[in-house]
Write a protein that binds this ligand. Sequence first.
Ligand SMILES: Nc1ncnc2c1ncn2[C@@H]1O[C@H](COP(=O)(O)OP(=O)(O)OP(=O)(O)O)[C@@H](O)[C@H]1O
Length: 258
Amino acid sequence: MGDGGPGGGRSGGHGGVSTVPEKSPAESEQSGPSAAIEARGLSAGYGRVPVLRDIDLEVRPGEVVALLGPNGAGKTTLLRTLAGYSRPTSGEIRLFGEPCNRVPVYRRARRGVSFMGEERHVFPGLTVRQSLRLVRGGAESIELFPTLADRSRHRAALLSGGEQQMLALALALARAPRLLLIDELSLGLAPLVRERLLDTVRETADRGVAVVVVEQNARSVLSRADRAYVMRRGEIVDESPASRWLTDLDGLAALYLS
Ligand SMILES: Nc1ncnc2c1ncn2[C@@H]1O[C@H](COP(=O)(O)OP(=O)(O)OP(=O)(O)O)[C@@H](O)[C@H]1O
């Protein structure tokens, strides 16, 4: 359940950057019914080892969806399958309404899927500024994190873990994703950094991006999320509004152990 951070609700006010597409009126109208990503009866695993069983999941534009569950529940496997790194053994994934089981990672990326894995995706030999210049819109996305602006001439390899994760998120957002899949957002990072990253995740969704996030600190992520799926042994065992578990963290812990 993590170290229980201060939570803090859906704070905003860090200034908007134009790297993430604004919702058009038409998209706003659609954002209720049309899912950014949808999985139905999804099963997947590693070689012959089944891990995910009969997963149903849906994430709409503008939503932050938390993926919760104990170690080994299958959260990473599910994110990787949604991103295209692992192929389903049965069931269907639809991306923005289109079937995509056989669509490779790079083509999902072109359709607006961005995956942030546990390993921080930065270019160790480049400075912060050089890294962000590689991506159109990167120069603006540095504004998301004042700390990064202060470190703009530092090589990524010399940044702290938190700064590296800020850079990884800034790079992901500079690519203007429509669907952001984030694994272990704040693993090993200080609570303050975690809260800052989660605020940015919430603000990103508020600009119309669909976000799925795995985060060990349930309280912190639930305070920014709209809904949560709880996984156990490769299955989704609960789907609820985030507010339900935010007010019953003991119940959530019991569900992990049951
Ligand atoms: N490369 C792999 N090959 C075979 N089995 C794997 C592989 N990666 C994970 N698994 C197994 O798949 C199951 C789910 O693992 P997964 O990493 O998806 O869970 P998780 O919920 O993300 O766990 P954690 O919170 O500990 O990161 C586990 O039983 C794990 O041992």
